[in-house]
Design a protein around this ligand. Structure first.
Ligand code: SF4
Ligand code: SF4
Length: 499
């Protein structure tokens, strides 16, 4: 394996950059164009009197979300979060310390919402909302992937992700949107998926998959589209329909349904699980994206919704769908919350419905990357271990060789891939590479120690990000795998049937 990672000769650890204030101030996403902003109901471009409007929006958010006000008032600057952000560790810019990121909003909060800041701004660390401040917001609130790692270490549970969501909402409210997120959201609301893929293209992809699986296995596995009366509506991230290693995972979903004898369908109206409304911090946009899924489920008369491998979307589905678009009283009473495909598959395996040949994965030495929004945003509290244990148990069920990365980098302590939170865009590539450094370091260590050659995961953004950035660390992109790709390899088609 080529090693491009600079490591310390004595400790073997990846050399992290020197501290350099402002080193990444120039990292900015592209500004959203007028049509992208307006398609979401935001002003097309920066409005006249934006300063007053931005403060007004901040006031609305502070009174609507008590947590935001608590976060503004509570920080004691203890520094526990300072070295916990992958972007700080990867860039060396202290403005990427979570406490410094929050401080960008807190300065403005003090100036307009606290007596001390109104009367004596210079003495209370308060600052006006100026063009320079907005510029810093646009830069550093788009250098936060909203991963929530810092909140795990904060003694008060201050969640910088929520602060960054609020900042992005405020910026959108004055016409300063981020192109990637707003463009993607426009496509979902218009066509039904992030890629803008129309129904014929989707149908072709699913037909191609059917041919491919039958050619390879001799078994006619169906990948149905828009089938009214199917038991299950499968909602997957749209990356699962076209790129590797996502599509190998999607292939696995179909094989699982086939072996379970469960009828299922994809919807051409709502063919996207991702919901970037969360990244821009705007609940109305998030609700509109989620509503398409509810409408599709009603139209197709399904009994339950099963969702594919997508991190932030699982958080939205599991934690927010019911509030945003519930009640789901038209579904089977036993299945009114969405089921994660990993939970569905593991249950079938435990009940012996699916037969497996684990040796099909014997050339793989597998580790697991916990995706942030699953690990820290949506643990299934009512299930032992929730989404920390389910994917691990599933991998162990289909693979003989599994090993964990360093304990400080897994489960709730996991490091972000560096591309989450709406940052998976080419103009932020330098930031994405640097932000991936802590995870690359942990992966590199377990590759050296245990000969790991595969990192499995259950998030479309993580898969897309790692295949792109790991080569910068001398790690091949083929190390990245979908968990259901491993299931797909091991499943014996034509075995037992029926749940
Ligand atoms: S939420 Fe994640 S990306 Fe944002 S400041 Fe905290 S650790 Fe960094
Ligand atoms: S850990 Fe919490 S209280 Fe301490 S500096 Fe960070 S945000 Fe503030």
């Amino acid at each position: 394996m080529a090693k491009k990672i600079e490591t310390d000769e004595l400790t073997g650890e990846i050399v992290t950059p020197n501290i350099e204030p402002g080193a990444t101030a120039h990292y900015k996403p592209n500004l959203a164009a007028q049509e992208h902003n307006e398609s979401l109901g935001f002003p097309g471009s920066k409005i006249e009197g934006w300063e007053e409007k931005a403060i007004g929006r901040m006031g609305e958010l502070l009174s609507k979300y008590r947590s935001l006000k608590v976060y503004m008032d509570t920080c004691v600057r203890c520094g526990s979060c300072a070295d916990k952000c992958h972007y700080f560790l990867g860039t060396g810019d202290p403005n990427n310390m979570p406490v410094a990121r929050q401080e960008l909003m807190r300065k403005v909060y003090r100036r307009y919402f606290t007596p001390g800041g109104k009367l004596l701004p210079g003495l209370s660390g308060a600052e006006d909302m100026t063009g320079k401040m907005l510029d810093e917001w646009f830069s550093y609130f788009h250098q936060c992937s909203q991963c929530r790692r810092c909140s795990v270490y904060c003694p008060f549970g201050i969640d910088t992700a929520e602060v960054s969501m609020a900042a992005r909402d405020i910026m959108n409210s004055v016409g300063v949107g981020q192109k990637y997120c707003n463009e993607v959201l426009g496509k979902v609301l218009d066509v039904g998926n992030n890629l803008g893929m129309e129904k014929p293209a989707l149908a072709n992809t699913l037909e191609f998959l059917e041919e491919d699986v039958e050619e390879e296995s001799g078994v006619a596995v169906r990948y149905p589209l828009d089938e009214v009366g199917a038991e299950v509506l499968l909602i997957a991230p749209s990356a699962d329909f076209f790129s590797s290693p996502h599509i190998e995972g999607f292939t696995g979903y179909g094989k699982v349904f086939h072996e379970a004898g469960v009828s299922w369908t994809v919807s051409s109206y709502a063919s996207e699980f991702a919901n970037f409304g969360m990244f821009v911090g705007n609940f109305e946009t998030m609700r509109k994206v989620a509503q398409r899924i509810v409408d599709a489920a009603r139209e197709l008369k399904v009994k339950r919704i099963i969702v594919g491998e997508c991190g932030h979307a699982w958080r939205v589905g599991y934690s927010f769908w019911n509030t945003l678009t519930g009640p789901f009283d038209f579904l089977d009473p036993k299945h009114r919350t969405p089921t994660h495909i990993c939970e569905f598959t593991l249950d079938l395996i435990k009940r012996g419905v699916i037969r497996l040949d684990k040796s099909a994965n014997d050339d793989l030495n597998v580790t697991f990357h916990d995706s942030c929004n699953v690990a820290r945003g949506s643990r299934m509290g009512d299930k032992p271990g929730g989404q920390f244990d389910i994917p691990r148990e599933l991998i162990r069920s289909v693979c003989n060789n599994f090993v964990e990365m360093d304990q400080d980098t897994i489960r709730e302590f996991t490091y972000c891939c560096g591309g989450g939170g709406g940052l998976l865009t080419d103009e932020l590539m330098e930031l994405r590479v640097k932000g991936a450094m802590p995870r690359a370091q942990a992966l590199h260590e377990v590759m050296e120690r245990n000969g790991v050659n595969t990192m499995a995961m259950i998030c479309a953004i993580c898969k897309a990000q790692f295949t792109k950035v790991l080569p910068s660390y001398g790690i091949g992109m083929d190390v990245v795998a979908s968990v259901h790709q491993l299931v797909s390899n091991a499943i014996i088609l034509g075995g037992n049937r029926g749940v």
